[in-house]
Design a protein around this ligand. Structure first.
Ligand SMILES: C[S@@+](CC[C@H](N)C(=O)[O-])C[C@H]1O[C@@H](n2cnc3c(N)ncnc32)[C@H](O)[C@@H]1O
Length: 134
């Protein structure tokens, strides 16, 4: 296995720090729960996201399909919060901006599994009530 593949696999399994997940998003629907916690894994990209509040910390190696799905679901009036890399150079960042998302940069580095992330993070909120009325 190449170093890049290993790095991608490790990054894709980063779990959201408890202060953020439990503190702000407890009870919100999570379409991509930790693989280790999922018995019968369901493809979160091909299901209707349940409820009207959704929290998404997608696999870091390919957030684009999750961002596309988040915008689609938010247009139905749901509020979707995404924890993403702070990378304004990407196509998915532009898509979120054009969709009317709110960007809340996180100061410093989040700790994943007790270690500081090798990248800065941002919390992005698609507020369904704003998007559904557009
Ligand atoms: C960065 S982790 C976040 C885990 C958890 N949601 C959290 O916030 O702590 C991303 C997770 O998405 C899962 N995943 C990847 N592709 C998926 C898919 N198509 N459907 C559901 N989950 C998926 C991976 O197994 C991984 O555990």
């Amino acid at each position: 296995m190449s170093v890049e593949t290993l790095y991608r696999r490790v990054n894709d399994e980063y779990s959201t720090p408890a202060w953020l997940y439990d503190g702000l998003f407890k009870g919100w629907f999570d379409p991509c729960p930790l693989k280790s916690l999922t018995k019968n894994s369901v493809d979160g990209l091909s299901i209707e996201w349940k409820g009207d509040k959704i929290f998404v910390n997608p696999p870091y190696s390919n957030p684009l399909p999750w961002v596309e799905k988040a915008i689609e679901e938010a247009k139905k009036g749901k509020t979707v919060a995404l924890l993403l890399k702070h990378d304004s150079s990407t196509a998915w960042w532009r898509m979120l901006h054009e969709a009317g998302a709110h960007f809340l940069p996180i100061m410093g580095r989040l700790c994943f599994n007790g270690k500081p992330a090798p990248f800065p993070s941002v919390l992005v909120v698609l507020y369904g009530k704003e998007l559904a009325s557009q």
